[in-house]
Design a protein around this ligand. Structure first.
Ligand code: MD3
Ligand code: FE
Length: 216
């Protein structure tokens, strides 16, 4: 576990212990955040945010879109990654170079050099939205980490174990926080509690989360 102070390129941030295989890089993305949000707006102009429907027929409360050569989708047929946006029939927008570089730097800091994400899932939460406990297991290679970037309003993140019944730890994720989930934490259950109303200077009433994956 890494729990040392660190110096990012521009001297931003510190790291905190959460559990084995988890490295929290507090404020690692703060200075990049305006550019990241501009890129999110570009992505959403090509692949609009939408509420996907789970195989069980429930509409997800977080709105989603994707960038990269693969995007995650759910519908009546199940969960999967695919190269086209089912809503537009076109390829997902390309992964912005800034996204790729940030994810690779964060992964390297956490001990995963050479991370090459091919998918970025963008989640947008408005007050009342949440994500229940789940595992991320639609990717091909679980030896690859997942990097998450939180932007805008804070939320309570729940980090559980390998069984849904394992009592989760609660961690607040705030604007600019980056978390790298790898190794023994890669298949842990996780989710976020209901977003509380607020206002953030960059994102207004929303929280955005970017998750970088090597899916294919
Ligand atoms: C721990 N998103 O998109 S990010 C998801 O805040 C997702 O939007 C949440 O869970 C969000 O799948 C949580 C943190 C996260 C992402 C992936 C993980 C934690 C993880 C994969 C394994 C273990
Ligand atoms: Fe997840």
């Amino acid at each position: 576990m890494m729990n040392d102070l660190f110096d990012s390129v521009d001297g931003e941030g510190w790291s905190e212990p959460v559990g084995d295989g988890v490295v929290v890089l507090r404020r690692f993305a703060s200075s990049a955040s305006p550019a990241l949000m501009a890129a999110v707006a570009d992505i959403a102009a090509q692949a609009p945010f939408r509420h996907m429907v789970t195989p069980g027929g429930h509409s997800m409360s977080a709105a989603m879109t994707c960038a990269g050569s693969l995007g995650w989708v759910t519908d009546a047929r199940g969960y999967r990654y695919q190269s086209c946006d089912p809503q537009t029939g076109r390829a997902w927008p390309a992964m912005p170079p800034k996204f790729f570089a940030l994810a690779q730097q964060a992964a390297e800091r956490a001990g995963f050099p050479g991370f090459e994400p091919d998918a970025c899932l963008v989640n947008r939460y408005r007050p009342g939205a949440k994500m229940g406990l789940h595992q991320d297991k639609d990717e091909r290679d679980f030896s690859q980490p997942i990097v998450s970037v939180s932007l805008g309003l804070p939320i309570v993140f729940q980090f559980g174990g390998l069984r849904r019944s394992d009592r989760p730890q609660r961690v607040i994720l705030e604007h600019g926080d980056v978390v790298v989930w790898g190794g023994v934490a890669r298949l842990n259950y996780h989710g976020v509690l209901t977003l509380k109303a607020g206002h953030h200077p960059l994102t207004d009433e929303f929280r955005y989360n970017l998750t970088f994956r090597k899916a294919g």
